[in-house]
Each structure stands twice: as C-alpha cells, then as structure tokens.
Ligand binder design. Structure first.
Ligand SMILES: [Zn+2]
Length: 164
C-alpha cells in the first residue's frame, strides 16, 4: 500500500511532528489560510487533517479527517485507526522533523565532524536532511519510540528480536 500523504492544519502542529517522526509525509505550514489549505490538499492529493468542521463543510474538501480530540496521542490514534495503518519501525525517523523532507544516507566521516563527540564515537550510521542539513542518527530512538507508541495503544509491527 502506498503511504498516505497528509496536509495538517495550523492547529495541529504536534500531530504533524508525530506523523513525521513515524515517517509520513505531513505537510504543515501554519501561515496558509483555509482556502489555500483545501486547494493544496486537492492539488497534491493529500488527506487534510483538521479540527475545523466548518472548513470541511463549507469548502469542498474531498479527502479529509476531522480530528476530534485535543490530545496529540488521541489524535494520532484516530488518524492511524481511521486509515487502518500499522506502524513499521523501519520507517520511523525517515523524515526531517523540521522540513518534512525524506532523509538521505550521510557519509559517516562527514557526519562525525558535525555531531557531538559522544554521538560520533558511538554511532555508525547517519542520515541527513537535504533541505536543512540537519543530521539524524537512530541510536536508541527507534525502540524507545516504539515502546512509547505501544503505551499509547498504537499497533506497532513488532520484530521478534525487539519485543523483549
Ligand atoms: Zn530538514
């Protein structure tokens, strides 16, 4: 299945960040107005995530999900449940949290000169964002994140060696 692409309204910045952490393409620009938001969702074939009922009723939004809850954990669960998505840990940390671009593999020697010394000593694999040059490393993020998601009641596809 092709991963869904999202467009997140200005009130849902935390949700956008979480979707990016999980590897989804989640466009988010709080300066865009309602009319532009609906147009962009149509033009880019994105699912509009919004808390604004009037926005989707008044305008002719085609694919959207009306987010019901205030808490980001419930919001995330609503999105994943509605679309029947299970999280694949391999996709986590695949996207820049700042600019939503897919990360690229970074050359280790190049990356080591640009990260804190402890990270340079302990990490072997690095990724960089082609947009902002920010460097990412997996470290223990992935399993910690998977545990956090499971505690939120979100189904995470488990690997037998990583469940203990
Ligand atoms: Zn970036």
């Amino acid at each position: 299945m092709l991963a869904p692409r999202f467009l997140v309204d200005a009130m849902l910045g935390s949700l956008a960040r979480w979707l990016r952490i999980l590897g989804f393409d989640a466009a988010y620009d709080p300066t865009v107005d309602d009319a532009e938001l609906v147009e962009q969702a149509l033009a880019e074939d994105r699912i509009l995530l919004t808390r604004d009922r009037r926005l989707v009723l008044r305008r002719r939004a085609r694919r959207y999900l009306l987010i019901e809850d205030d808490g980001v954990e419930s919001q995330l669960r609503q999105v994943l449940d509605a679309l029947g998505i299970d999280i694949d840990p391999a996709d986590v940390w695949g996207r820049c949290l700042r600019c939503n671009q897919p990360l690229e593999t970074a050359e280790a020697a190049w990356a080591r000169e640009r990260v804190p010394p402890f990270v340079a000593r302990t990490q072997r694999r690095f990724r960089r964002c082609p947009g902002c040059e920010r460097i990412y490393w997996r470290a223990t993020h992935v399993e910690a994140m998977a545990d956090r998601l499971r505690s939120m009641g979100i189904r995470v596809r488990g690997r037998p060696d990583a469940s203990g």
